[in-house]
Design a protein around this ligand. Structure first.
Ligand code: C2E
Ligand code: CA
Ligand code: CA
Ligand code: CA
Length: 278
């Protein structure tokens, strides 16, 4: 038993060493990635349920290492937050997304691009100034930019963050609450926040129709949004049954692999037939 305990101990120690080594490698790697332009944005289309017309795209960051490995944001955003690199990453994402949106705008495409903000970007640093700079440098119309903030952030920092969110709204950009329904919040904050849109978290969409609890939650979110006159986008729609269910409840917009997975800007242009001038 003692030997096994020791083995277990050594196993965990080795895991910790591996984990911290990986973190260190990721940390330095990510710094280099920023310098070497190894980050790339993919765009997932957002469409109206009625007529399936694409009206927007969510920018999702990826890291393509020099070895050609594609690392998803789930593996490096939290790390970037811990390492204090999220500001540099976030600034790059904002500028890149605004430039792409401006290109689409110049071609007469009415696409709104959504950018995910880390809560740290909003509470630390000068997010209003950065968004203003990204808009100015790209020449993008503010109404073509949407910023997504997570419900977790909204709950934790409603007071500190509120002023900044108002500052962002004053720039003319759209604000939405990402992963809506996953936090444990009173709903009263919704009326205090200058947001225009709720994104129904994909965990609620995954098992509808069929799971009565999730069906109820989705219906409740849609009804709250309607009462508060907020737009809604359902996320993570993977099949026709889910889309039909959402449609039957009056949901107007969605995104998900059923419509399209995230694409490179080039693929997006090809797939959605938006290559030429409008
Ligand atoms: P999110 O904002 O909730 O983005 C949706 C995630 O669901 C994306 O994962 C997307 O690829 C994935 N997805 C889209 N359609 C489907 C579907 O039909 N089924 C399923 N199962 N998944 C689908 P991704 O790209 O790995 O991003 C993960 C998270 O990383 C995002 O969640 C977002 O919170 C964060 N993130 C992505 N880009 C950025 C960024 O530029 N800045 C910050 N701060 N966070 C980002
Ligand atoms: Ca998002
Ligand atoms: Ca989400
Ligand atoms: Ca479920």
């Amino acid at each position: 038993a003692k030997a096994r305990k020791r083995n277990t101990w050594m196993f965990f120690t080795q895991q910790l060493v591996d984990a911290s080594r990986e973190r260190f490698a990721m940390d330095t790697g990510l710094r280099r990635a920023l310098d070497r332009n190894e980050l790339v944005l993919h765009y997932q289309p957002q469409a109206r349920v009625e007529g399936n017309s694409v009206f927007g795209a969510e920018a999702l960051v990826r890291w393509t290492t020099q070895e050609g490995e594609v690392i998803g944001p789930g593996r490096f955003i939290a790390l970037a937050e811990e390492a204090g690199l999220i500001h540099a990453v976030g600034r790059w994402v904002l500028r890149e997304a605004c430039q792409q949106a401006r290109q689409w705008e110049l071609r007469g495409l009415p696409l709104r691009v959504s950018v995910n903000l880390s809560g740290l970007q909003v509470v630390q640093g000068d997010i209003v100034g950065e968004v203003r700079a990204a808009l100015r440098q790209s020449g993008l119309s503010p109404s073509r930019l949407e910023l997504e903030i997570t419900e977790g952030f909204v709950i934790g920092h409603a007071d500190e963050g509120l002023e900044r969110l108002h500052g962002l709204r004053c720039l003319g950009v759209q604000l939405s609450v990402d992963d809506f329904g996953t936090g444990y919040s009173s709903l009263s904050y919704l009326t205090r926040l200058p947001v225009q849109c709720l994104k129904i978290d994909q965990s609620f969409v995954a098992d509808v129709p069929g799971d009565p609890d999730d069906e109820t939650i989705v219906a409740a979110i849609l009804s709250i949004a309607e009462r508060l006159r907020l737009d809604v986008i359902a996320e993570g729609v993977e099949n026709a049954e889910q889309l039909d269910f959402l449609k039957s409840l009056g949901c107007l917009a969605y995104q998900g692999n059923y419509l399209s997975p995230p694409l490179t800007a080039e693929q997006f242009d090809q797939r959605w037939g938006v290559g030429g001038p409008a």
